[in-house]
Design a protein. Structure first.
Length: 324
């Protein structure tokens, strides 16, 4: 073999070694960024015994106020979040070592271990997101039983059903409409509250045995078209609003809007949540302009809309229902 051939062979060997080394470097895990991880209850008291599950967060990262060319309008999330590692509070070193500083993660925590002072069921499930380069994280879990949930419903006369919103001054609230809640898991109508009493029961405080008045399981909108259903189990409900003989003029009413082609509107309510979601306006430039918050005794927390029209009425004689 001549000198030229030897040089070519040496060059190919060196190139192969460089490529192999590069592949090793690319596939090697990044330097662990997370150095501290803890769990605490709703009061900040540490919870020492728990199970954890680390998953890679491969959802579409959307930053509020930032313009994103690949928005969710043209992209979708992945079908699943890959499990990276799992263990118990005795294996926190494995959790810290499994975190790559260049990736995003989500850690789920369930307090309680067999034979420990913290029993499974003492606390609800909790979790926290881990951002790239994040050094510490704390998961807050709530002791059982969880606080009850609530939702609000608004029925109004939808005279002009073009904007899916109640027009102030022109589309007044409507009284006497029955609000029916259906458990989205069981598919059955709910008649009882968090304490086991009929819906509509009011309480003097947070205790279930401190009853102010017993309800009858029937919820009707008030004179302003609104009603708040309190002391519900957290979860998902299908909300239906039905005209009754107590409706204005005893007239028939027809719903003028729908979600997914059905009468019910889905409502997701969380433990200890407010009556309404805080509304946020999103300008066309991609920024976010939060609206002024309302007082804490009535923070707006989320409304789904439904519109109706009076049967046999003219095009401008309609009713709309907002269920939250």
């Amino acid at each position: 073999m001549d000198e030229t051939s030897n040089r070519r062979a040496d060059h190919r060997l060196a190139r192969s070694l460089v490529l192999a080394l590069g592949a090793l470097l690319v596939s090697a895990p990044g330097v662990p960024a997370l150095t501290s991880f803890s769990v605490a209850d709703q009061d900040g008291t540490p919870v020492a015994e728990f199970r954890w599950l680390l998953e890679e967060d491969n959802t579409h990262p959307a930053a509020v106020g930032a313009v994103d060319a690949a928005s969710l309008g043209v992209s979708v999330h992945h079908s699943h979040a890959p499990v990276v590692a799992s263990g118990t509070s005795a294996d926190l070193g494995a959790l810290l070592a499994a975190v790559d500083s260049a990736k995003r993660y989500f850690v789920s925590v369930l307090p309680g271990l067999p034979g420990s002072s913290v029993k499974v069921g003492d606390f609800a499930l909790g979790g926290v997101s881990i951002a790239p380069g994040q050094a510490s994280a704390t998961v807050h879990v709530h002791a059982n039983p969880l606080p009850s949930a609530q939702l609000s419903v608004y029925a109004f006369h939808d005279r002009r059903s073009l904007n899916s919103e109640p027009d102030i001054g022109n589309e007044e609230g409507l009284a006497g409409f029955e609000v029916r809640l259906y458990d989205a898991v069981l598919g059955e109508q709910s008649f009882f509250d968090f304490c086991g009493n009929p819906l509509g029961t009011t309480y003097n405080g947070a205790a279930c045995d401190d009853v102010a008045s017993i309800g009858n399981g029937i919820i009707l909108t008030g004179s302003d078209g609104e009603v708040t259903v309190q002391n519900l189990y957290p979860g998902k409900y299908a909300v239906e609003v039905v005209p009754t003989t107590q409706c204005p003029d005893g007239s028939e009413w027809i719903q003028t809007s729908t979600i997914e082609g059905k009468h019910e509107v889905d409502a997701f309510v969380e433990a200890g949540g407010p009556q309404f979601l805080q509304p946020v306006d999103f300008p066309l430039n991609g920024g976010a302009l939060p609206l002024a918050p309302e007082p804490l005794d009535g923070p707006r927390a989320g409304k789904s809309r439904r519109r109706w029209r009076r049967a046999g009425g003219n095009a401008g004689d309609k009713l709309s229902v907002h269920s939250t």
